[in-house]
Design a protein around this ligand. Structure first.
Ligand code: AMP
Ligand code: MG
Length: 318
C-alpha cells in the first residue's frame, strides 16, 4: 500500500527529495516528480512501465515557472490561451528551454505545460518550489485513475499519495501546440477547439494538418481495462457475463450482470467525469467477464470521451 494522506508539506518534501508523489488534479490523478530533475523523472517511467518515447506534461503554479520552461520569445498566443484557460485542463506545447531534461520531452525540442486548477495540486507545486512532471498515475496503457483507490490498485513504488477524493473533470487535459502563430489540436479534452477559437480568433488546425508537430504517445491502444471491451452498436455477442456502460437512462433489457449509466441527464460533462470510474468498476467486478459500452455523440466533449473509449476498446475491435 502506498502511504496516503492529505499532508501537502510531506508530499512536497518527497518531491524535493527526488521521490514520486501521486497527486489529485481536476482531470485525473497524476504521478508527479520534480520536472527539472532527470533522475526523479526517470522514476516515473519506471513506476508506470511507460516507454520513454512518450513525453510528460509539466505542471506549474504560476507564470514565473512558465518563463523557465518555454523558450523566449514566447508566442503571444501562449499568453492568450493561458489567460483564458489557466488554471484549468488545457496543456500548451511550445519550444522548451535547456532547463527541461530531454527525458521529460522524449528528446523533442518542445514541452507540454499546464497550470492545474485543483487546489491541492497548486499548493503542492508551490510548496515544492519546482514544476512537477506528471502523467496519469496508472500503469502504461491501462485505465486512468479518478480516485485514490485507482492509484493504489495499479502502482506501488510511490513515496506518497495525496488524497483529494474524486477528480471532477475525469478525462485528461486538452492538448494544443503553438507554433508560428498557429494552434494545433493534439488531444481532445473538455476544452473544445471551438472554445479555443473563441479566444484566439481562429480554429486550431486538426492534428497532423501542419505535418510538423509530432505527438508521440498518442497510441491507438490506450486507457484499457483488463477485460475485453466492445461497443453495443457492433452487436451483442453471446458472452456469458456482460457488463454494460450506458450513455444515458437504463432500460435494462438484456441480462446484464452490471449496468452503469454515465449520465441520466444526458450531460456530456457528467459522462466524462464518470467514464474512468465506470471502467474501473467493471474491471473490478468479478461477475463481469466482458464489458460493453454505448457510443456517445461525437460532438463537443463527446469527441474527447469517444477518443478515450475507442482507444480502450481498440485491441478488441480490429
Ligand atoms: P499524459 O499521458 O496524460 O501525461 O499526456 C502525455 C501526452 O502529451 C503524450 O502522450 C503526448 O501525446 C503529449 N505531449 C506531451 N508533451 C508533448 C510535446 N512536447 N509535444 C507533443 N506532444 C506532447
Ligand atoms: Mg495517461
Amino acid at each position: 500500500m502506498i502511504k496516503t494522506g492529505t499532508d501537502i508539506a510531506l508530499a512536497a518534501h518527497y518531491i524535493r527529495q527526488g521521490e514520486l508523489v501521486a497527486l489529485p488534479t481536476e482531470t485525473v490523478y497524476g504521478l508527479g516528480a520534480n520536472a527539472l530533475d532527470a533522475i526523479a523523472v526517470a522514476k516515473i517511467f519506471e513506476a508506470k512501465q511507460r516507454p520513454t518515447f512518450d513525453p510528460l506534461i509539466v505542471h506549474i503554479a504560476d507564470m514565473e515557472m512558465l518563463g523557465k520552461l518555454f523558450l523566449s520569445p514566447i508566442d503571444p498566443l501562449v499568453f492568450t490561451l493561458a489567460k483564458a484557460f489557466w488554471p484549468g485542463p488545457l496543456t500548451i506545447v511550445f519550444k522548451k528551454t535547456d532547463l527541461v531534461p530531454d527525458l521529460v520531452t522524449s528528446g523533442l525540442d518542445t514541452v507540454g505545460v499546464r497550470m492545474p486548477s485543483h487546489p491541492m495540486a497548486l499548493e503542492l507545486i508551490r510548496t515544492s518550489g519546482c514544476p512537477i512532471a506528471a502523467p496519469s498515475a496508472n500503469l502504461f496503457s491501462q485505465l486512468s485513475p479518478t480516485r485514490p483507490e485507482h492509484v493504489q490498485k495499479q502502482l506501488t513504488n510511490v513515496a506518497y499519495l495525496l488524497d483529494g477524493g474524486s477528480t471532477n473533470v475525469g478525462i485528461e487535459s486538452t492538448i494544443v501546440a503553438v507554433e508560428n502563430g498557429e494552434t494545433e489540436m493534439l488531444r481532445p479534452g473538455i476544452i473544445t477547439p471551438e472554445e479555443i477559437a473563441l479566444v484566439t480568433g481562429k480554429m486550431p488546425l486538426a492534428h497532423g494538418q501542419s505535418n510538423k508537430i509530432v505527438a508521440p504517445g498518442l497510441l491507438k491502444h490506450h486507457y484499457s481495462p483488463r477485460k475485453p471491451l466492445y461497443f453495443t452498436d457492433s452487436g451483442i455477442k453471446d458472452h456469458k457475463h456482460k457488463g454494460l456502460i450506458k450513455w444515458t437512462f437504463n432500460n435494462a433489457e438484456i441480462d446484464w450482470v452490471r449496468t452503469i449509466v454515465l449520465s441520466e441527464k444526458m450531460n456530456l460533462v457528467e459522462a466524462a467525469a464518470n467514464l474512468f470510474g465506470a471502467l474501473h468498476a467493471m474491471e473490478e467486478d468479478e461477475r463481469v467477464e466482458v464489458i460493453y459500452a454505448d457510443k456517445l455523440p461525437l460532438e463537443g466533449i463527446g469527441i474527447a470521451i469517444m477518443d478515450r473509449l475507442t482507444k480502450a476498446a481498440y485491441q478488441y475491435n480490429v
